[in-house]
Write a new protein. Structure first.
Length: 146
């Protein structure tokens, strides 16, 4: 599996404040977009995992560090990777870049617990573990290769 996956998103007007700057909470939506596309690109059918294996990928905590503002109409590159994993948990790391000038705008992570439909923690089924193999922390900058 690739060390990371990049997803491109254009900032929509509705995601910004009056000054045209992306509202802070929208970065967590960008994280979710990156995570969803990372999983899809890896070949995991997440919806099928929920239905057939009763396994859900629950966010237990999330953090972000804002570095530079993203603005209306910017194209953002969301870089996503698994930085830590175990049988019951996974930590996902994110970097958000301005795609035009490769400037780093934000970094963050989400920590997840695998749960059943009742919300009780459970082990990730063996056949899905390859999708959540940790690759470690990112190296600086957008010039990284997979």
């Amino acid at each position: 599996m690739a060390a990371y996956f990049d997803t491109l998103v254009r900032v929509r007007y509705a995601e910004t404040d009056q000054m045209g700057v992306v509202y802070h909470s929208n970065y967590f939506i960008y994280f979710e977009i990156g995570r969803t596309e990372y999983i899809r690109n890896a070949g995991l059918d997440y919806k099928k995992m929920e239905i057939e294996d009763d396994c859900f990928f629950v966010v237990a905590s999330a953090s972000i560090r804002y570095i530079r503002p993203a603005r209306y109409d910017d194209v953002l590159r969301i870089r996503t990777r698994v930085t830590e994993s175990s049988r019951r948990t996974a930590r996902i790391g994110y970097e958000i870049f301005n795609d035009a000038n490769e400037e780093l705008l934000a970094t963050g992570e989400t920590y997840h617990v695998f749960c059943d439909h009742t919300g009780r923690p459970r082990a990730l089924p063996e056949e899905h573990r390859k999708y959540f193999e940790a690759v470690g922390p990112p190296e600086p900058g957008p010039a990284m290769t997979s």
